[in-house]
Design a protein around this ligand. Structure first.
Ligand SMILES: [Mg+2]
Length: 330
């Protein structure tokens, strides 16, 4: 066993987050199996279930117990309920892989970190049939100085195992500057597509004519549609897509913090449709909506892909952003 006291804080936090994500994966599987998901509609096409709340309680209460000075921002808000069933173990594989981190992280203090939590990404798919349950993810991202630096993505319904008659999860984690890892397979290496046929993954349920028109402006591409922000980012990790494009308001920082950290740890990036990065610090008047849209790629910047978007899209996104800003001013 590695002695965890000599391991950097960030590595210990991710080692804890990995095990906490696996506990959340079990919660998601158990609640779905029980058939008592208690589905409620928060808005159009926006659902929440009992599993969203239990998973967030598990993640935040468990990490808070071990790292009491961390700040959290979870999709389901500030939950006050007691949650006694804490997961307090550290993952040994992560402790080992992350024993030595880039110098830049040495000055990190617990109180400087913000943990962005989406306890169940893809809730709509979660409430549907098991054949789309692989699109469900648990997302735990860590931000420092306003930027994502580490993250965990757990896919609770990754593989069905006949012998146990249950699903197994897949856990991916990454630390920017160290690299990205599959918990069971080890270091991930992604190969950038060098052909002229980029594959773009985009939304299945929120597509509009304007989005479609703009994606069509990108030459020689193939487009695939799927659910879940975490799952769409995984399409890049798994070399099924070169870009994840959603040129519209709709995602929030908890949807993108862990995926952005993982993609960056693999050498890629995430920006809005103008090629700029979002801030993840929760300063006064902070707006958590990614209102200029999101673009993930495995390249170092998105200037090439951004150059294809037309003025109509930019005008619409600017108008939408202004509406969001007004809403927050109230
Ligand atoms: Mg969610």
């Amino acid at each position: 066993m590695a002695s965890s006291s000599t391991v950097p804080l960030l590595t210990r936090l991710i080692a804890a987050a990995v095990n906490v994500s696996q506990k959340s994966a079990r919660i998601l599987r158990d609640v779905k199996k029980s058939g008592e998901m208690n589905v409620q509609e928060k808005g159009i096409n926006d659902f929440v279930t009992k599993a969203d709340f239990l998973s967030q309680l598990n993640i935040i209460k468990s990490l808070e117990k071990q790292f009491p000075k961390l700040k959290f921002c979870g999709e389901e808000g500030d939950l006050k309920e007691d949650y006694p069933d804490l997961e307090l173990s550290l993952n040994e594989t992560v402790l080992k892989e992350g024993k030595i981190l880039p110098e830049v992280y040495q000055s990190i203090r617990e109180e400087d970190l913000i943990v962005w939590v989406d306890p169940l990404d893809g809730t709509k798919e979660y409430t549907m049939d098991y054949n789309v349950a692989n699109e469900v993810t648990v997302l735990i991202g860590v931000a420092w100085n306003g930027r994502p630096i580490a993250g965990v993505i757990n896919q609770p319904f990754f593989k069905f195992q006949q012998e146990s008659n249950s699903y197994l999860d897949r856990v991916l984690w990454g630390i920017v500057g160290l690299g990205g890892f599959d918990l069971t397979k080890g270091r991930i290496s992604v190969t950038q597509n060098t052909t002229n046929l980029p594959t773009i993954v985009t939304t299945r349920s929120h597509i509009t004519d304007l989005i479609q028109k703009n994606l069509n402006l990108i030459p020689n591409k193939q487009i695939i549609h799927s659910g879940g922000a975490g799952y769409k980012a995984l399409a890049l990790v798994d070399s099924k897509a070169d870009y994840y494009i959603y040129p519209k308001n709709g995602t929030k920082r908890w949807d993108t913090c862990a995926p952005e950290a993982l993609i960056q740890s693999l050498g890629g990036c995430m920006t809005d449709i103008f090629g700029n990065q979002y801030s993840y610090s929760k300063s006064e008047g902070f707006i958590e909506e990614n209102y200029y849209g999101i673009i993930f790629s495995l390249g170092q910047n998105n200037s090439n892909i951004c150059s294809y978007f037309n003025q109509e899209l930019k005008d619409e996104i600017e108008a939408e952003a202004e509406k969001v800003r007004q809403k927050y001013r109230k």
